[in-house]
Design a protein around this ligand. Structure first.
Ligand code: ADP
Length: 257
């Protein structure tokens, strides 16, 4: 049972669907918006016209988000150090999380490098942090832990779909409201949200999933209602000095007959 694969093709299909809808919708919104604007400037000024303008502006924002999500973004792979990625995002995290949430970084020494798009990694961290903030309305603690991990066959038994090998891991934990079983099962689904109309888009975790998938990694979710949530991300390590390992097969050994 290849859960990861099933989830990926479902995500791709939904992404295409969303992209198509967003595109058509955007054209209609442009018609609504420009017509209302015309009305306003030809003397039809009224609160109703302003409402149409502001509502279609908000709708345009949403469709923009949908388009970004559905577009297969071009990755620009870099060899990255997870410790550096985390330290660089600490400032942004503090701003996003506000005064009432403490941020704790725990970075193991000698982390192996990994390959990903730095902007996409920032996006992953930001999306997880925003969710953590929403899960801790009365404050709390967000912990980001980076470490090396060597996956073996045993791990693959408990985490189907994972391949053994050297990885670098990022665990993002909050002590917020947590998720019940049903929410956990659907959390990565595009458009699944419990945050209510106009608040959540349900695209945050789907985006995280897509980015980690593109980087050949895995993401797991552990949560307990009332206790908190941990997202565990595993990214394949790149042996030092061997960048580009994901993009190309190893060069043939000239000494080999
Ligand atoms: P959105 O944040 O727009 O709702 P996401 O895809 O980011 O979309 O999250 C989907 C749902 O997963 C959320 O609505 C929430 O119910 C749940 N969720 C995500 N992260 C957390 C978290 N850290 N703690 C509790 N629930 C979470």
């Amino acid at each position: 049972r290849d859960e990861q694969l099933r989830q990926t093709s479902k995500m791709e299909a939904l992404g295409r669907l969303a992209g198509g809808i967003a595109h058509d919708f955007n054209n209609l919104l442009t018609v609504i918006y420009t017509s209302a604007e015309q009305l306003k400037f030809t003397g039809g000024e009224s609160p109703a016209v302003d409402l149409i303008l502001s509502a279609s502006e908000r709708a345009a924002g949403l469709t923009r988000q949908l388009l970004t999500f559905s577009r297969q973004q071009v990755m620009s792979l870099r060899t990255l150090d997870l410790g550096e990625v985390l330290r660089n995002s600490a400032g942004l995290l503090k701003r996003v999380l506000g005064e009432d949430i403490d941020v704790k970084l725990s970075i193991a020494p000698d982390l192996r490098p990994f390959e990903a798009d730095p902007n996409q990694m920032d996006q992953v961290i930001l999306n997880l942090a925003v969710n953590a903030r929403d899960a801790m309305p009365d404050g709390g603690m967000l912990t980001l832990e980076a470490a090396n991990a060597d996956l073996d066959e045993g791990y693959a038994l408990t985490h189907p779909g994972t391949r053994p090998g050297p990885y670098v891991t990022l665990a993002v934990s909050d002590n917020g409201v947590g998720m019940d079983k049903e929410t956990q099962a659907r959390a990565f689904e595009p458009f699944f949200t419990t945050k209510g109309l106009g608040k959540g888009t349900g695209l945050g975790l789907a985006t995280v999933f897509g980015i980690i998938q593109q980087s050949r990694g895995y993401v797991f979710l552990y949560s307990e209602p009332g206790k908190g949530t941990t997202f565990k991300i595993l990214l394949p390590g790149v042996p030092p000095g061997e960048s580009g390992a994901l993009a190309e097969p190893p060069a043939p050994d000239p000494d080999e007959p």
